[in-house]
Design a protein around this ligand. Structure first.
Ligand SMILES: Cc1cc2nc3c(=O)[nH]c(=O)nc-3n(C[C@H](O)[C@H](O)[C@H](O)COP(=O)(O)O)c2cc1C
Length: 381
């Protein structure tokens, strides 16, 4: 890793590997070959995951990766990109050897079935420079035999990459994956199938069958967080929390949910590899500001709070008229018309906020939309 980004507070650990930063470049277009992986390490990634290697080459539709332009799709990507378009032979004999002196961890992604990897698993795990294997598959039925096949050939740590698409079976598959010999998880993969339509032409945005593709980025972060927290609680194994991370605050949130390291794919696609260094600087400053000595200290910090049954007796609101901008969002969003506000700017002219308590359901929406934090609420216990 570039010395400039070697922040002591941000060091992370995945199995026995010391990572110079908690950021893991997730499998995707920015991990397409050795040169692109080296670029990510140089920019500040503590670990990198190769694009998924299979025994056959993909046939990607054109186009297969777009940034939806619709309002509300900020920091979201839509793709129908398949696995690596570089052969396993090229990975094993040319690309991976180029990563010999890599500064963090090298995670090789393989998929999608046990049969797929038969030809190359042995030469792959014999590469001294590989630190971990990540198994990815489209279904729970195929990821378990895939893990079993790899475990029979190596003692390297294995991460099972989990998909939110597996619904309620996700956690039983995760348990089976551990029984099959995996050591931790990457959660989550992009989600789909989804569809975007260009309303000027009526055509699908992607050229895949039915225009279907996979969503990644900001839209999936809350789903990723919930899976990471649940995995940590149930199994207490290392987790690379992946999905929708774009800012230092997102990294903190993912870490507090239980992630030991944080995977990113869409952010460096949309903002370039410079994103790593910029975000690590911000993360370091955040830790200083909130007086944490390391990021490691806050792994799983939110978990005890997530799983305690809070008994609530409503919300207690606090209103600071000096912070209010009279934007009226609190009034607009109340479905029950329970909130009223009156007054004129400047603020000193006595802004009045009131609540009709008999019709308020204590949902909390009014205070959550208040940007200047003039209206705040806390749970009455
Ligand atoms: C264009 C694109 C290609 C991807 N290719 C792969 C892949 O080959 N193998 C894989 O396991 N995940 C792949 N992913 C999923 C990412 O590794 C990651 O799990 C997902 O995008 C969520 O992270 P993000 O929100 O930071 O992008 C791909 C994602 C995108 C956007």
């Amino acid at each position: 890793m570039n010395e400039e980004f070697a922040f002591a507070k941000l060091r992370a650990k995945l199995f026995d590997c010391e990572l110079p930063s908690p950021l893991v470049l997730a499998s995707g277009p920015r991990s397409f070959n050795a040169a692109s992986l080296l670029e990510a390490y140089k920019a500040g990634a503590g670990a990198v995951v190769t694009k998924t290697i299979r025994s056959t080459l993909p046939d990607n539709p054109t186009p297969h990766l777009i940034k939806p332009s619709s309002k509300g799709s900020q920091n979201t990507l839509f793709n129908a990109e398949e696995w690596s378009d570089i052969s396993w032979e090229q990975w094993v004999y040319q690309e991976i050897p180029l990563l010999e002196d890599h500064p963090g961890a090298l995670i090789v992604s393989v998929g999608h079935t046990a049969q797929d990897i038969e030809k190359f698993v042995e030469p792959l795990v014999a590469c001294k420079t590989v630190d971990m294997i990540e198994c990815v598959s489209y279904s729970g039925d195929s990821i378990i035999p895939l893990i079993t096949a790899i475990r029979s050939k190596t003692d390297l740590p294995i991460l099972a990459k989990l998909s939110f698409n597996w619904g309620s079976e996700l956690f039983s598959i995760a348990g089976e994956a551990l029984n099959a010999g995996c050591d931790g998880f990457t959660a989550i993969d992009s989600i789909g199938p989804a569809l975007y339509i260009d309303i000027e032409t009526g055509s699908p945005m992607l050229a895949s069958e039915g225009g279907k593709g996979w969503i990644s980025g900001a839209a999936i972060k809350p789903l990723a967080l919930s899976v990471v927290a649940e995995l940590k609680k149930r199994f207490n194994k290392p987790v690379v929390g992946t999905g929708g991370v774009f800012s230092a605050e997102d990294i903190i949130e993912m870490t507090m949910a239980g992630a030991d390291a944080v995977g990113v794919c869409s952010a460096p696609i949309l903002y370039g590899n410079e994103w790593f260094s910029k975000t690590l600087h911000k993360l370091d400053r955040w830790l200083v500001e909130f007086e944490y000595t390391s990021l490691e200290e806050i792994i799983g910090y939110a978990l005890p709070k997530l799983y305690t049954n809070q008994i609530s007796n409503g919300l207690e609101f606090n209103f600071d008229p000096l912070l209010c901008t009279l934007c009226r969002r609190c009034v607009e969003v109340c479905p029950y018309n329970a909130r009223e506000i009156s007054g004129i700017m400047p603020r000193e002219r006595n802004i009045q906020m009131s609540l009709i308590e008999e019709i308020c359901r204590s949902c909390g929406l009014c205070s959550s939309v208040c940007k200047p934090k003039s209206l705040t609420s806390k749970i009455i216990q």
